[in-house]
Design a protein around this ligand. Structure first.
Ligand code: ZN
Length: 209
C-alpha cells in the first residue's frame, strides 16, 4: 500500500466526471487499498478517486463512528433518498475551509465491492452525508458548489465535529461532522449472481493509467 498525494482545488481532475470501472482487477484493488491508507493518514472519513488524481468511480469511506466499518466501493450510485438535513462539511481537497450543506438524511447506495459483488448500503445521518459528498466528487461536484456560509474552519467547527474526526475536525475532515454523528444503519448484501471480479492475485493491470 502507499499513501497517495491528495490533489487540491482547483485541479482539473476534481471537475471531471469520473468514468465507471468496467473491470475489477488487481490494479483497482490496489487503488482501493492505497486510497484507504491515504484516507486514514490524512486523516479523513472518506476519499474519492479523483482526489488522488484518478478519474474513476471509486470511493472509500470509514465514518469512524465506532462501527468499525470500512466501505471500499466501485461505481457507487444513490438509488433512493429521503429527508433533508443541513450540516457542516469540509474537504481534504479544500483545506482550511468549511461550509453548511443541505443533504439527504437517508440514502440507499448500490455499488460493487472489491470482489465485484453487488452491495446495498442503507445509510443515514453522518454516514449518508459522507456518501453524498464522495459520490458528488465522482461527478466533478465540490461541496463549495452547494454550501452556504463558507468560512475558515474555527475552533467552534472543530468542537462541532466532535469525536467523529478524532479531534482533527474539519481541516482534516472529509467532510466535517454536522453536530453529533447519528447512528448509521448499514448493511451489505452480496449477490453471487453479480460476481464480476477476476479471480486470483496478480491479474493484469489493464485498468492502470
Ligand atoms: Zn471532498
Amino acid at each position: 500500500m502507499a499513501i497517495l498525494e491528495i490533489v487540491k482545488d482547483p485541479a482539473p481532475v476534481l471537475r471531471r466526471k469520473a468514468r465507471p470501472v468496467t473491470k475489477i482487477n488487481a490494479a483497482i484493488r490496489k487503488l482501493l487499498d492505497d486510497m484507504t491508507e491515504t484516507m486514514y493518514a490524512a486523516p479523513g472519513v472518506g476519499l474519492a478517486a479523483p482526489q488522488v488524481g484518478v478519474s474513476k468511480r471509486v470511493i472509500v469511506v470509514d465514518p469512524q463512528d465506532g462501527s468499525g466499518r470500512l466501505y471500499q466501493l466501485i461505481n457507487p450510485e444513490i438509488v433512493h433518498a429521503e429527508g433533508w438535513v443541513k450540516g457542516t462539511e469540509g474537504c481534504l481537497s479544500i483545506p482550511g475551509l468549511v461550509g453548511d450543506v443541505w443533504r439527504y438524511e437517508k440514502v440507499r447506495v448500490v455499488a460493487l465491492d472489491r470482489d465485484g459483488r453487488k452491495v446495498w448500503i442503507d445509510a443515514e445521518g453522518w454516514l449518508a452525508r459522507i456518501f453524498q459528498h464522495e459520490i458528488d466528487h465522482l461527478d466533478g461536484i465540490l461541496y463549495t458548489d452547494k454550501c452556504t456560509n463558507l468560512r475558515p474552519v474555527s475552533e467552534e467547527d472543530e468542537e462541532e465535529a466532535g469525536d467523529a474526526e478524532g479531534g482533527a475536525a474539519a481541516e482534516a475532515g472529509e467532510p466535517a461532522s454536522a453536530g453529533a454523528p447519528e447512528k448509521a444503519d448499514a448493511s451489505a448484501a452480496p449477490s453471487a449472481a453479480e460476481v464480476k471480479a477476476e479471480s486470483g492475485a496478480g491479474a493484469p493491470a489493464a485498468e492502470g493509467e
